[in-house]
Design a protein around this ligand. Structure first.
Ligand code: TXA
Ligand code: MG
Length: 340
């Protein structure tokens, strides 16, 4: 299959492919998603096959408006409406209880709930409206690899397997949406993301966080969180700010090139080893989140390093999402200062 590239002026062609039950990757403010008609079971099944995604991992339903959510979900609570009003369109995915029989098992993984998201990207909102159906939207990467933040990342992973990619340039935020389960008594963050716990609490009060437990429990609430994720070929090691002099010295002793991902400030304060290949994370946790997945992919495709040293950030605000993704890509491995 030839994978076509669409732009803002050819959205109608992308919408035709969706209507015909084909797969089209689409841009969002977080990462690129892999779109298929959420009401067409055969189309949804193709998404799992293209990504190599386990079939028990449910998909996000991407919508252009709240009315579409109301068509499938049980009546929305006041808190759910407040969150939609404040953060939609935006990087917030809400898990809601479905009306019986709404949406197929291939979308929900057999759960009584589904994940709804209204992304802040005009091209994609137009695509959904022109297709006339909600579209499923997992990240448009091969399962296990870093999520795509540019159309060329999608092309690299899925060319020949999908009908097209709607290219709208690099995404802004760079890490995926916050997933909040609204189906229980207390709203629960299942995956930290573009909207922070502090931002949520400011609107709806009590919010709890379940993602620290995910991976350790048998049945994680967000099924996707138990799988290996975001892993480049190289071993990633997370480095705390005070460890950089030791980490640079360790890197210089390695026989091959070593990838180094830091902000400009860390680079200025520490001299890079000769075998160091630097990838800029910009200025702060916001730019670092924007560059994280692209950087990890860079070392897979344009370089060949055995190790990537990557800068850690404090787990506040967006830092929670950044560290969640970085820890997964590193398999929880931190750089250990050698004994002196
Ligand atoms: O920013 C994003 O959310 C991106 C863009 C493309 O929209 N999408 C994305 O989708 O990250 P995906 O499939 O890679 O991650 C969705 C997460 C998974 O961890 C999945 O297990 C969880 O949401 N999820 C989906 N439906 C669920 C449900 N009914 N209950 C609990 N977790 C659910
Ligand atoms: Mg994903």
């Amino acid at each position: 299959m030839e994978t076509e590239i669409y732009h803002a002026d050819t959205i109608n062609q992308a919408a035709e492919k969706i209507k015909a039950g084909q797969l089209v990757a689409f841009p969002t403010e977080t990462v690129y998603g892999l779109g298929a008609d959420a009401t067409n079971e055969a189309a949804v099944k193709k998404v799992y096959a293209a990504k190599g995604r386990p079939s028990d991992n449910p998909l996000i339903v991407t919508v252009a408006d709240v009315a579409t959510v109301e068509k499938y979900a049980q009546p929305l609570s006041a808190k759910t409406r407040q969150l939609m009003k404040t953060f939609w369109p935006g990087p917030l995915t809400l898990i809601l209880t479905l009306q019986p029989g709404a949406l197929s098992k291939s979308v929900t993984g057999g759960l009584k709930t589904a994940a709804f998201r209204n992304p802040k990207n005009q091209a994609t909102l137009d695509l959904i409206r022109q297709a006339g159906v909600p579209i499923v939207g997992p990240s448009a990467n091969t399962s296990g690899k870093p999520s795509p933040t540019e159309a060329r990342h999608v092309y690299h992973d899925l060319k020949g397997k999908i009908a097209g990619i709607l290219d709208d340039g690099p995404t802004q935020i760079g890490v995926e949406s916050t997933v909040v389960d609204m189906s229980g008594t207390i709203p629960t963050i299942l995956r930290p993301g573009g909207i922070s716990e502090e931002q949520l609490a400011a609107v709806i009060g009590e919010v709890q966080s379940d993602h620290h437990k995910v991976g350790k429990t048998e049945v994680p609430k967000a099924p996707g969180m138990k799988y290996k994720h975001y892993a480049p070929n190289a071993q990633v090691l997370i480095v705390g700010d005070a460890q950089w002099p030791d980490a640079m010295a360790w890197a210089s002793q390695q026989s091959g090139p070593v990838g180094i991902m830091t902000t400009e400030q860390i680079k200025k304060a520490n001299s890079l080893p000769q075998n160091g290949e630097w990838y800029s994370l910009g200025e702060d946790v916001k730019t670092a989140s924007h560059h994280l997945f692209a950087g990890l992919r860079h070392f897979d495709t344009e370089s060949s390093v055995a190790y990537i040293l990557a800068q850690g950030f404090d787990r506040i605000g967006l830092g929670e999402a950044y560290m969640n993704r970085l820890e997964k890509s590193a398999g929880q491995k931190y750089f250990q200062t050698p004994d002196k």
